[in-house]
Design a protein around this ligand. Structure first.
Ligand code: PLP
Length: 365
């Protein structure tokens, strides 16, 4: 050996490929490819970010004020909340704590592209259960559980489909799992769901030893650049995450911005309402192009997965949207060569996206 050699499971990993934000000719594109909030961030969060702080000082390693406010907003015990550098850091910690070589990490066929990577990083095997019309299937997930299964990762709503399992289905999935298998309910898009359904996973995590719920400030809170997420669950799970997370994992500005954003629930509600209205308008526009082979999977998230099963291909639509100034997500590597994931943007952007797709199909814009 002439140089340091990585572990074989690390050698198999390739670095995360982010969505494009430039056209082939180098023109900047409006990003509808990363599910960011088109309304930006809460003015309260922006004001907090504008406040001066001493950059020579470390942040609070326990993000105490932020955890207490998260707990107050969601009716949780702050001792059962831990914050991270995005929810991604925390998902990595819990998988690392529970799975390794020879173990299996289970997810649905179409789910967050990070999940197999989390398994591979720790030398575990990623197992993907067959979907049901693109959505997670509780029956198929339960049938895929083996003695080697350590963690089940469920993004709900799901990315890249936007599908949503109602609380009764999540409870049925949990009830069917062995007690020593952890169920992670990743609610990155939780704020977009009907508020009446938003508490159920927290209640499940409060009652059981093997449920962890994750949330993020990256989506509806519009703070993706600050990298703040959190999880809640039983004390032994929180302890595992605390052992493995970065010691000063949430920056001063991240803690301040997230804290202020929690205080502006009107912004979150406005984001949810804008998203619901524009998503419905976009879904209707796609349905109107059904005779050209276009359809969209039902979505409770801030994007639609649009399928192209007619003369117009997803690759052609990707190019037409790029020409119109928009970056959207084509995910052939996830087994979706005929689909595009399109983030719900500002009203005027959705109008232009609809016009570009109609023109491509030969319909009047
Ligand atoms: C965007 C997203 C996240 C958020 O990741 P952060 O690290 O918190 O920015 C988590 N899960 C899913 C399914 C996502 O789509």
């Amino acid at each position: 050996m002439t140089k340091p050699q990585p572990k074989p499971w690390i050698a198999q990993i390739h670095a995360y490929v982010p969505g494009k934000s430039k056209s082939a000719s180098g023109q900047p594109l409006t990003k509808l490819s990363a599910n960011e909030n088109p309304l930006g961030s809460s003015p309260a969060a922006l004001a907090a970010l504008a406040e001066a702080h001493n950059p020579a000082d470390y942040p609070d390693p326990d993000a105490r004020a932020l955890r207490e406010t998260i707990a107050a907003v969601h009716g949780l015990n702050p001792d059962r909340v831990v914050c991270g550098t995005g929810s991604g850091e925390l998902l990595h910690c819990i998988v690392q704590a529970l799975a390794g070589p020879g173990d299996e990490v289970l997810a649905s066929r179409y789910s967050f592209s990070l999940y197999p990577l989390l398994a591979h990083k720790v030398g575990a095997t990623a197992v993907l259960a067959e979907d049901a019309d693109y959505a997670a299937s509780v029956d198929n997930l339960l049938a895929a559980v083996t003695e080697r299964t350590k963690v089940v990762l469920l993004d709900n709503p799901n990315n890249p489909v936007g599908s949503f399992l109602p609380p009764s289905e999540v409870a049925r999935l949990h009830a069917g799992l062995p007690a020593d298998v952890l169920l992670v309910v990743d609610e990155a898009y939780g704020e977009y769901v009907d508020p009446a359904l938003q508490q159920a996973a927290f209640d499940l995590a409060a009652r059981h030893e093997n449920v962890l719920v994750s949330r993020t400030f990256s989506k509806a809170y519009g703070l993706a650049s600050e990298r703040v997420g959190w999880v809640t669950g039983a004390p032994h799970l929180i302890d595992l995450v605390n052992r493995l997370r970065g010691a000063f994992n949430v920056s001063v500005s991240g803690q301040k911005a997230a804290l202020a954003a929690l205080g502006d629930q009107a912004f979150v509600a406005a984001s949810r309402e804008h998203n619901a209205a524009e998503r419905a308008r976009f879904a209707a526009a796609i349905a109107a192009l059904g005779n050209h082979g276009l359809s969209a999977s039902p979505s409770e998230a801030n994007f639609l997965l649009v399928h192209f099963d007619g003369a117009v291909s997803a690759a052609q639509a990707l190019e037409a949207l790029s020409d119109a100034g928009y970056a959207v997500r084509h995910l052939p590597s996830q087994g979706l060569p005929n689909s595009l994931r399109i983030t719900i943007g500002k009203t005027e952007d959705m109008t232009r996206v609809i016009a570009a797709l109609r023109t491509l199909c030969g319909e009047a814009a």
